[in-house]
Design a protein around this ligand. Structure first.
Ligand SMILES: Nc1ncnc2c1ncn2[C@@H]1O[C@H](COP(=O)(O)OP(=O)(O)OP(=O)(O)O)[C@@H](O)[C@H]1O
Ligand SMILES: Cc1ncc(COP(=O)(O)O)c(N)n1
Length: 490
């Protein structure tokens, strides 16, 4: 597998670019993949509806599929509009032969406009195809057809149906709550026979919903091919898609159900937008440079670090993570939305698991004597914990800096490296995603905060950055220079 996953969409077309193959290629690109496309059906449609469908001969579908797989290694496949049973048979035979490592099936049946995109007689063939897919992404009416039941009217019923499909087709189901009506939530979930990973999401008030299902499924295929688990892929895809829905109307495309903005994350911020997190990141560049240059990080990277000093650092890290978990749980308690509550609670659980793993692997059972440096960092975090915005600003550097430094350390790893077992744990895409989410939460909090709170956030963030530097310097027992770096900068 390459760093840039090669993702093939097998789908119908939408000449207005909001759904089908065109939406898939944009989604794959937006999430960092290389997109390829095989056309099942040419659809004359726009944001108002479908006008006509032209299906090339089935033999031509087979020729397109072979043209791709004879030449290119495919890391993931997304299946969208399949039109009819003969096409599905060709695709099933090709899948069985080529066996791409990731297969996502979006069982497209009816467009948002109400037009059929799948022959009614082909439903059985789609049911059988579910067995060949690693992930199936039905909306509620499609799920009902697949399990041959009435459409679920509650989320709990929908989860039961998804569990039934996961079990009967031996697959994983991404259950989508877009068709549920009700409060401000718009939940999705990864459902397996073993459990449910829910992503609550917020419902966007917009008519730009054309192609959301296509976009989500191809995003999932791309993220899975990048190494994310289905749960982590959904966390990331949902955040991206919600932003795409929020920005869709500004595209001003069509008069019906317009498209979402797949590339919203790449666009420059509107004039006058001042990113709080970016400005703190830039302002603390001297501290980040000092972290990169400090002897601990340098010798960990080149493998010459003293083992005792490494173990001392890990023990401090274990102590820190125990306390950090408490503060993440506190952020969850103070969070203004369910989504943020869940994010911090998951972070708290992950920090505890990491602490336990460190004890098992390197630290042992006994209590850790926290150093003055560690206590100072933890004390600072506690001091910010009276107010949500301030606390999350203080918590962010641990996520962001660790992901940032980890990426560079990971690049130095190789089989014979003295710290191979440790460096290999850096660069986890799920952690990078959590760091991005934490950054987005802090950005929102900063945008909404009154000036005085914003100022306290600056202080909280910058001090945490300085404590991070001191933490990295402590194992080699250098005098902490964090204070100096900060003072010199201000
Ligand atoms: N108004 C909305 N606000 C936020 N998320 C939404 C909204 N509508 C749909 N979604 C999300 O979009 C994705 C697609 O969901 P949906 O249930 O609409 O599937 P679909 O019907 O297959 O989509 P399509 O509109 O392409 O047919 C899901 O992640 C869902 O939660
Ligand atoms: C080729 C094609 N594939 C899928 C959809 C479903 O998307 P939506 O339900 O948003 O119209 C579509 N309209 N066209």
């Amino acid at each position: 597998m390459t760093a840039i996953p090669r993702v093939l969409s097998i789908a119908g077309t939408d000449p207005t670019g909001g759904a089908g193959l065109q939406a898939d290629l944009k989604s794959i690109g937006a999430l960092g993949g290389y997109g390829m496309g095989v056309v099942t059906a040419l659809v004359a449609q726009n944001t108002c509806g479908v006008r006509a469908v032209h299906v090339p001969p089935v033999s031509f579908l087979a020729e397109q599929l072979d043209a791709v797989s004879d030449d290119v290694t495919i890391d993931a496949v997304k299946l969208g509009m399949l039109h009819s049973a003969p096409l599905i048979e060709v695709i099933a035979a090709w899948l069985a032969r080529v066996r791409p490592p990731v297969v996502v099936l979006d069982p497209v049946m009816v467009a948002t406009s109400g037009d059929r995109l799948l022959d009614a007689e082909a439903e059985d063939a789609v049911r059988r195809l579910c067995n060949l897919a690693d992930l199936v992404t039905p909306n509620l009416p499609e799920l009902a057809v697949l399990v041959e039941q009435e459409p679920a009217s509650t989320w709990a019923d929908a989860i039961d149906q998804a569990r039934f499909l996961a079990s009967s087709s031996d697959t994983t189901v991404l259950l989508k709550g877009g068709h549920l009506t009700g409060d401000g939530a718009c939940p999705d979930a990864i459902v397996t026979t073993d459990g449910v990973h829910e992503v609550l999401g917020r419902r966007v008030t917009t008519t730009n919903t054309h192609g959301t299902g296509c976009s989500l499924s191809s995003a999932m295929a791309t993220l899975a091919a990048s190494g994310l688990s289905w749960s982590s892929a959904l966390d990331r895809a949902k955040e991206w898609l919600t932003g795409a829905l929020e920005n869709g109307a500004a595209l001003d495309v069509g008069h019906g159900h317009g498209p979402v903005d797949h590339f919203h994350e790449l666009r420059s911020q509107p004039a006058g937008f001042d990113s709080w997190t970016e400005s703190r990141w830039a302002a603390t560049a001297p501290i980040r440079a000092a972290v990169d240059a400090c002897a601990f990080v340098v010798t960990l990277g080149d493998g010459t670090l003293d083992r005792d000093q490494f173990h001392w650092y890990l023990a401090q890290d274990a102590y820190y993570l125990g306390e950090y978990s408490h503060l993440l749980a506190r952020a969850s308690t103070l969070a203004p939305t369910r989504e943020e509550q869940v994010f911090w609670a998951r972070g708290a659980a992950a920090a505890l698991e990491e602490e336990a793993a460190l004890h098992r692997s390197h630290v042992g059972d006994g209590p850790v004597a926290a150093s003055a440096t560690t206590l100072a960092y933890v004390g600072h975090l506690h001091a910010t914990s009276g107010e949500y915005a301030e606390l999350v600003a203080a918590l962010l550097p641990c996520y962001w800096l660790y992901a940032d430094v980890g990426e560079r350390l990971r690049a130095l790893d190789h089989e014979g490296h003295a710290f191979h077992d440790w460096l290999g744990t850096y660069g986890d895409p799920a952690f990078a995603q959590a760091a991005r989410q934490a950054t987005a939460i802090v950005e929102r909090a900063a945008q909404e905060a009154p000036a005085a709170v914003r100022q306290r956030m600056v202080d909280a963030f910058d001090r945490s950055m300085a404590h991070e530097l001191a933490f990295f310097e402590a194992p080699l027992n250098q005098a902490p220079t964090a204070e100096k770096v900060l003072t010199a900068h201000h």
